[in-house]
Design a protein around this ligand. Structure first.
Ligand code: SF4
Length: 506
């Protein structure tokens, strides 16, 4: 076996990991012998179904333990999606089991996060500690046996770990440490979106040399093919999902993640890592997108397609709108004038589009201009209305604490409130300043964590609109506004945008 590719917990266990599916397709096409392991799904299910007994716990926990099988089944057969109350009960009870079983290990594990009480995922010393003491990790009983069996049965030359979220970091390093103990000769590769950001920011060289044999900066397919075949990808490969246990994910039917590009065609938003890291935009060539999508749908007949592009480009949106795809789909789109066209929106609906994720960020035109969003508010209003009229749900992202002040924040509140009928779901977050963004040079900045791998830093807001004031505004005004509170309540807990289209479909 050439390589086993692994993704560690915790990320939302609702669909196969897009990056590994893509790599698996390319490796298969080029005859590289490999396996893919979604250790995220496996570890979470193990902790939910096979951890220590819970009969001595409180009533809620005991009830949650009794309902485990029923709740897993209801998420997989779709009955939990019949109404939001049933869904919330199912996911909060499953989450309760994770919380209780992880607490005794000094960590907080949920269906979408992993936080350690004492160790930080952005401190390289803590990562090395996790690798030196894998037995401390809450998932150790599972990954020890899994790695043992894997190494004995397949004797891979390489283990490749894909690391995309902070919530995966400490367990990824614990698994790497354990793999090194079990098989010191097996080479370790470490790649993924978060690792790429580290390499383009705080970690210029391999900080983990001796533990990690090679860090892969950027898309892994180039490096893997040059390693195993001495070539670069020369043709478009279909993602491969066959190596994943698609029936085990906590979603009704299989959800297939699919990308038609890497990077972002716009790439100009001042706060976005795609800009500060100078990520190159590489789309699948125009004509090939539709045949790629059609091939994947024919082969897998998914219940839902999740386009994982940072933003579907206008030309891809136009291509998709000309199709009638056999599976519903959703994904991120930039707010562009074309989407205000009712005919295009109707065509998108016919093509299977059930939801678009839209990064509006602010309801203040001056702020949008400063952020380089390239969005006009009047266009945004038309886009929301046209999508809603066509029956496409809108999942809108708002960002507070940017160059706005309290007046700008109030304008955002007013905009959301005025267009509440055309906003189905709302994601509200507070701005983090990327450490390496061009804007950081003009601000007074400070470290808000001791982590040498931190990608963000604190800053003194020029208008005094700091995180505390933003938080107060959100809690005391924004989320208390009745129309906004109603939208916020519609967001599926833990799985948010991943499960939102399943409610939108109804
Ligand atoms: S459209 Fe989205 S992904 Fe693209 S630069 Fe702006 S924020 Fe980043």
């Amino acid at each position: 076996m050439d390589i086993v590719l692994i993704t560690a917990p915790v990320s939302r266990p609702c669909e196969p990991p897009a990056g590994l599916a893509k790599l698996s397709g390319i490796l298969k096409d080029h005859g590289v012998e490999h396996l893919v392991i979604d250790a995220n799904l496996e570890c979470l299910l193990h902790l939910i179904t096979s951890g220590e007994p819970l009969h001595a716990q409180d009533t809620w926990t005991r009830r949650s333990a009794r309902h485990v099988e029923k709740n897993l089944r209801s998420l997989r057969d779709g009955t939990a999606f019949g109404n939001m109350g049933a869904y919330i009960k199912a996911v909060t009870e499953l989450n309760r089991i994770l919380e209780v079983r992880s607490k005794s290990h000094g960590v907080h594990v949920s269906l979408n996060n992993f936080t350690h009480m004492r160790r930080s995922p952005v401190k390289s010393a803590d990562l090395l500690h996790a690798a030196e003491h894998p037995e401390d990790n809450v998932f150790y009983p599972y990954f020890l046996k899994r790695l043992q069996a894997l190494l004995e049965e397949h004797a891979p030359g390489y283990l490749g770990f894909s690391l995309n979220y902070l919530s995966q970091v400490l367990t990824t390093f614990a698994m790497i440490g354990q793999a090194k103990i079990l098989s010191p000769g097996t080479k370790i590769l470490l790649g993924g979106g978060l690792v790429t950001s580290w390499m383009r920011g705080p970690m210029k060289t391999n900080t983990f040399a001796g533990l990690v044999d090679e860090i892969v900066d950027g898309p892994g397919e180039d490096r893997l093919l040059s390693l195993f075949r001495g070539e670069t990808p020369s043709r478009i490969s279909l993602p491969e999902y066959g190596g994943f246990q698609t029936r085990d994910y906590l979603s009704p039917g299989s959800i297939i993640p699919l990308s038609t590009s890497t990077g972002c065609y716009w790439g100009r938003c001042s706060f976005c890592p795609e800009k500060s890291e100078n990520t190159r935009y590489c789309p699948v060539p125009g004509g090939a997108v539709v045949s790629l999508v059609r091939h994947v749908l024919k082969k897998h007949s998914p219940a839902l397609v999740h386009f994982c592009d940072n933003a579907l480009s206008p030309s891809i949106i136009a291509s998709l709108a000309r199709e009638e795809l056999p599976s519903p789909w959703y994904g991120f789109a930039k707010i562009i004038p074309e989407l205000a066209d009712p005919d295009l929106c109707s065509s998108l609906k016919r093509s299977g589009c059930v939801m678009l994720q839209l990064g509006l960020e602010s309801g203040d035109q001056g702020v949008l201009d400063k952020l380089g969003k390239g969005i006009r508010l009047e266009t945004a209003a038309h886009v929301l209305k046209s999508l809603t009229r066509a029956g496409i749900a809108t999942y809108v992202y708002i960002l507070f604490g940017t160059p706005e002040d309290c007046v700008g924040a109030q304008k955002t509140l007013d905009f959301v409130s005025r267009h509440q009928e055309a906003i189905d779901f709302l994601n509200v977050s507070i701005f983090n300043l990327p450490r390496y963004s061009h804007d950081a040079a003009n601000l007074t900045t400070f470290d808000f964590s001791e982590g040498d791998l931190s990608l963000y830093q604190g800053f003194v807001h020029p208008a005094g609109w700091d995180r505390n004031r933003v938080r107060q505004f959100l809690d005391k005004e924004f989320k208390r506004q009745r129309s906004i509170a109603r939208i916020v309540r519609q967001d599926p807990p833990f799985f948010t945008s991943n499960h939102a289209p399943l409610f939108a479909k109804r």
